[in-house]
Design a protein around this ligand. Sequence first.
Ligand SMILES: [Zn+2]
Length: 224
Amino acid sequence: MSIQREELLDELRRVSKIAGRSPTEQDMLTHGKFAYSTYFRYFDSWSQAKSIAGVGDTGDKKMSDGKLLRELKRIDILVDGSPTRREVDRLGEYPSSTYKYRFGSWNEALREAGLPLNQHSSGGGQYEYGPEWDNRRQRVLERDGHQCRVCERTSAVLDNSLHVHHIRPLKEFEQDDGTTELKSANRMENLVTLCPSCHRTYEGKHREYRADEFVRLIRESGSY
Ligand SMILES: [Zn+2]
């Protein structure tokens, strides 16, 4: 017997009434005729099925962070690697946009859930900046004369501990699959050489500015 989509939707509405909420996987197990997994064979996603049935989640704001993170860990068990936004949209109780909204970014939600980020590392955290990072970093240091652009302390004085700072932070270049759009993130004008102390002070500041303007703004304010 082939199941009709309409039948699946009716069942969602019925279970929703019994459970008194937007049905969860557990609700389907307890009260439903069909398994939760049946739904994403017939619909693009579980949340899409619920929304077509008119029993989707609406009260996102009421959801606790803990509940969202537990759900993320549940999906983590079902998939290969950490869940991507697409996987959460397909399998999850809540749309991936809820996570992005709540935690600021997809990777931030994964971090909060204690799950590894989806950039398969080939050599530690550096890979987060991309395979071209070493070259790009050198070009920025050369452009900036191997000194902090704000306080002008040099690499010699600082014992080589200059940082190359992303003015607009990497996490703002995150794409739907949780990877980072590195080409834009690592463009020269988004990078500036800073000493560790200036880096701490100006992290996340003036993020809409290009390197030259970023430096000018800080130097003119005389706050360094
Ligand atoms: Zn400095």
